[in-house]
Design a protein around this ligand. Sequence first.
Ligand code: AMP
Length: 452
Amino acid sequence: MCAIFGIVDHHEASSLCYLGLHSLQHRGQEGAGIVSTDGSEPFAYRKKGHVSEVFSSGTLHRLKGTAAIGHTRYSTTGANTMANLQPLLMKSGLGWVAVSHNGNLINAPTITANLEKQGSIFQSTNDTEVIIHLMARSGQQEISEALIHALKLVEGAYSLLVLSRESLIAVRDPYGFRPLITGTLNGSRVFASESCAFDLIGAKYEREIEPGEMMIVPFNRPKGLKSLFPFEKKERKRCVFEYIYLARPDSLLFGENVHEMRKALGRKLAKEQPAPDAEVVLPVPDSGVAAAIGFAEESKIPFDMGIIRSHYIGRTFIEPRQSTRDVGVRLKLNAVGPTLKNKSIVVVDDSVVRGTTSRKIMKMLREAGARKIHFRVSAPPTTHSCFYGIDTPTRQELLASSSAIEAVRQFIGCDTIGYLSLEGLMEVAENKAGKGFCHACFSGKYPTESTG
Ligand code: AMP
């Protein structure tokens, strides 16, 4: 879970990169960075925190040049340290290279161990650094050739932007796990994880970078871009969880709008897991809103906001030392008593991971007076960890990995529980966005040979 953004051939490259990252903040909140260039030197700035806290007009002014790449980080591998923030910037025989990476490389620990045995010194515990080391050792003179060499040796998920003195290269792994799109802004070439970044800066969406595609934008001929497919072809395996939870609802992702996809999942859920005696459909905001709209549409049960989310939660919070109640979930979510008092309600959320949030929500809704709670989830039970870039906990921590559905219901504390089936999920996703999804977190069917 990270975001990447890139732009070539624009006099305000770093400011536009900043705006792009701002709109992609939901994909990673630990830290952010930008590397820009005027075609000779790199200018870099990275810091922990949210995009708006990381950059000031002063820092953006110092990020000179007409090309830039950026990154927001949500750690899936490596610790939350400064050295792990991206874009990574390193110098080798190839000159300087900066990399922004979304995804996870499964065989990075093995490659790192082998390279360290041969004397390589790693600066971070970030799997992305492996790519730069492999590029530097490739023996190739061209950045693109060195990158192809490196990427042929890694396995897993990568949507990458690679900036050097001469070009910006965008590349997506042959499975296409993570999104990456391209477009134009008054003739300048732009790249982003999701289209909401283009909307903010007024860029025109052109298309996805295809799974296995490498697009090279040379600085001396930015319009003479090259597209190649240098890797062994694989069946595409786009991450279906991007649609369920991760992406922003206003984004076009894998060619389809996320909000519409979520509503369709909610409609399917209502068909598969109806709650006929319910009087009102309530989403868990914000993640369950679209699915709850779909559920209400299909079931003809009225939709309402019975849970309200506070948008003002800082990253640190001081709990009173002698409080009589667990402030926890109420800090973020609170029930609207009159909307649900003495009613049979359907509560819709997008996914259950550990189940601890849902459990607290059920308790809160009962305390607010709900008579009966039907809990509906617009995804199948999350039973397996993700090795391709989503921050799912270990299998032991996943509620549904070891508990039968009745045990899950009892733990969460609802009267009935219903998940969307894997078949239902795939039917909706494939009808709208075509075949080719990774659903390993729900099925345990990992597309790659090794899983780390
Ligand atoms: P829990 O079951 O308590 O672990 O939390 C489930 C909630 O977290 C759901 O409402 C999801 O919207 C949200 N969620 C799902 N996956 C993730 C993730 N990888 N990181 C953060 N939140 C997530």
